[in-house]
Design a protein around this ligand. Sequence first.
Ligand code: CA
Length: 223
Amino acid sequence: MIKTNKINILIVEDHALTRFGLKTALEAHDSFGEVYEAENGERCIESVIEFKPDLVIMDLGLPGINGIEATRQIKSFDEKIKVLVLTSHKNESEVWDALSAGANAYCMKDIEPDKLIHVIEDVNEGAAWLDPAVANTILKTITKNKTSKLSEDMDGNKERIQLTDRELDVLRLIVDGYSNQEISDKLIVSIHTAKAHVCNILQKLSVEDRTQAAIKALKDGIV
Ligand code: CA
C-alpha cells in the first residue's frame, strides 16, 4: 500500500461501467490517492482488510453480501473507515438500515460528480451527509415519531390520573384560584368536604400544593 496524505478510496459496485466511470472521475482529482475496486460484498471485505482504504464508496444492491451488511462488517473491522453509500435506492427503510449499519453518508447515483467529490472530502474529514432526496423523508419521520411519542406520554399521564367528576369540578376551581371556603360555597358542600376533595386531588396528581396542582392540570390538559 502506498502511504500518502491523499484519500485512498475503495469503490464497491457490481456494475462494471459505473465502477469504471467513478474510478476515472476520482483518479482525475488531486485529493485522491489510490482508487481500488470491488465488484461484490465479499471482494469488498477482502479489499478493506488488504488495503485499509480511508473511505469506501458503497453500492447497496450487490450480489451476495449486500451493501448494508458489507458496511456493518467494515465498521466492525475498523470504525474509522468512512462509508459513503452511493445508490439509486430511495427506500426509507434502506436509508435507516444503512445509517444504523454505520454509513457516514447516503448519496443518490444521480449526484453531480463535482458534488460527489466535495461530499467525499467532507465525509473523509468526519462530516455526515444525506442526499436531499432522502433527507426530507428522514426528517419527517423523526418529527412524526417525536410528536407521537409526546402525545403518547400525555395520554399516559391522563390515564394514570383518575379524577371523579366532582374532583374535576374542584380542580377547575383550584385552577381559577378559589380558596377552600369559596369552593365549599360554590359547590354547596361543607368546608370539610371541600378540603377532602382538594386533599384527594393533590394526592392523585402527586403534587404538594394547590398551585402545583393548577400548573399540572393546565400542563397535562386535565381540565
Ligand atoms: Ca448494484
